[in-house]
Design a protein around this ligand. Structure first.
Ligand code: SF4
Length: 314
C-alpha cells in the first residue's frame, strides 16, 4: 500500500488506518502484569540495559486494575480528544507471550470482550518467546480478530545487541517473523537509533536487514537514556556520545530512503515519561523531531524506498 503524498514522504500509520478503516485507530496501552525472560533469569537478569522498570510500557494502564478497566479508563480520556475513533488494545509492558499458557489465553480472551469499536489486538513481545504453544494460541486468536505482534529488534548488529544485553539472536528474530507471517499475523518491528557501538552504517544496515523479511510495520526511535535503568546509571557515572537532533534526523531520513515502500511507519520518535529522561532532551519535543524529518525529506525530494529504486545513497 503506497500512502505517500507531497506532505508526507512515507507511509504513516494514520494514513494506513484511514485507508483501511475510514477512521482513526487509537492504540490503548495496557499492562497485563507479565514479566520478561531477560529479567527473571530464564534468558538473563537485569533486562536490556535501557529498559525502564515498567518494561518499556511507561504509558500503559495501571497494572492493579483489570485489563477491561484499564482499557475503559484510557478510552474515556482518548474519547475527549477523538470522538469517533476505533481502538486497538495494546499489551505493551514487558513480554506479552511469556507466561503460563492458560494465563496468556485468559488475557487475550479478555481483550476480545472489549466492545464493538475494537478492531484487533496488538501484542508486544520478544522473538525468543514464540514457541509452538504460543503460536497455536495466536493462530486461534487470529480466527477471532486481527492480531498484530510487535517484536523488539533494536539493531541487527549482534555485537551491539550483546552490549545492551538483548539476549536474543538475529536468527531467533528471523524465525519469529516467518512463524508469525505463516499465521497471517501483522508484524511490526521496533528499532532504536543511537545505541552505544552502533554507527550510522549499522543503523542503515538494520533497515536493509529488515527489508529482506516480510514485515508489515516499523517503529523507529532514538535511544533514550532513562533514570533508574542500568544504562542510565552507567551514563551518569561515565557519559557516552548521544545522537544530536540533527544526527538523528539525518539517520532517519536516510533510513526512510532505504526502507521498502510497502512497510508502514508506525512511529519515528520515542515514547517515554519525560520525568525519567536523562538524555537526549531534544526527544521531549516530538513535534519538532517529526517536523525536522518531514522538512529534510521534502528538501531532498526523497520518498520512502527511493534509494532502493534508484540504487543509490545520499
Ligand atoms: S525485552 Fe523488552 S521488557 Fe524485556 S528487558 Fe528488554 S526491553 Fe525490557
Amino acid at each position: 500500500m503506497n500512502l505517500m503524498n507531497r506532505e508526507k514522504h512515507y507511509n504513516t500509520l494514520n494514513n494506513y488506518y484511514l485507508a483501511k478503516y475510514g477512521k482513526k485507530v487509537a492504540k490503548v496501552s495496557l499492562n497485563a502484569g507479565l514479566t520478561c525472560p531477560n529479567k527473571d533469569g530464564k534468558k538473563g537478569y537485569g533486562g536490556c540495559t535501557y529498559c525502564s522498570k515498567e518494561g518499556a510500557g511507561d504509558f500503559a494502564g495501571d497494572v492493579n486494575e483489570s485489563l477491561t478497566l484499564q482499557f475503559e479508563h484510557i478510552k474515556a480520556i482518548m474519547n475527549q480528544k477523538w470522538k469517533d475513533t476505533l481502538y486497538m488494545p495494546y499489551l505493551q509492558a514487558n513480554t506479552n507471550t511469556y507466561g503460563e499458557i492458560n494465563k496468556l489465553k485468559a488475557i487475550y480472551d479478555e481483550l476480545l470482550t472489549l466492545g464493538p469499536n475494537v478492531i484487533g489486538i496488538s501484542i508486544s513481545t520478544r522473538a525468543d518467546c514464540l514457541g509452538d504453544d504460543i503460536l497455536i494460541l495466536l493462530k486461534n486468536l487470529c480466527s477471532k480478530t486481527h492480531v498484530q505482534v510487535e517484536l523488539g529488534l533494536q539493531t541487527s548488529n549482534e555485537i551491539t545487541a550483546q552490549l545492551v544485553n538483548r539476549n536474543s539472536t538475529n536468527e531467533e528474530f528471523i524465525k519469529a517473523v516467518y512463524d508469525l507471517k505463516k499465521l497471517g499475523i501483522e508484524v511490526v518491528v521496533h528499532i532504536m537509533n543511537g545505541l552505544p557501538n552502533d554507527t550510522k552504517e549499522d543503523m542503515i544496515n538494520t533497515i536493509k536487514f529488515l527489508n529482506n523479511l516480510p514485515i508489515d510495520g516499523i517503529k523507529i526511535h532514538s535511544l533514550c537514556v532513562l533514570k533508574n535503568t542500568r544504562m542510565g546509571d552507567g551514563y551518569l557515572k561515565k557519559p557516552f556520545p548521544i545522537l544530536t537532533l540533527n544526527e538523528y534526523v539525518d539517520i532517519v531520513v536516510e533510513q526512510i530512503g532505504y526502507l521498502r515502500d510497502d512497510i508502514i511507519i508506525h512511529r519515528l520518535s520515542a515514547d517515554f515519561d519525560p520525568v525519567d529522561l536523562i538524555v537526549p532532551t531534544w526527544t521531549i519535543k516530538k513535534m519538532v523531531v517529526m517536523n525536522e524529518i518531514d522538512k529534510k525529506l521534502r528538501a531532498l525530494n526523497l520518498y520512502q524506498g527511493d534509494y532502493l529504486k534508484k540504487g543509490q545513497s545520499s
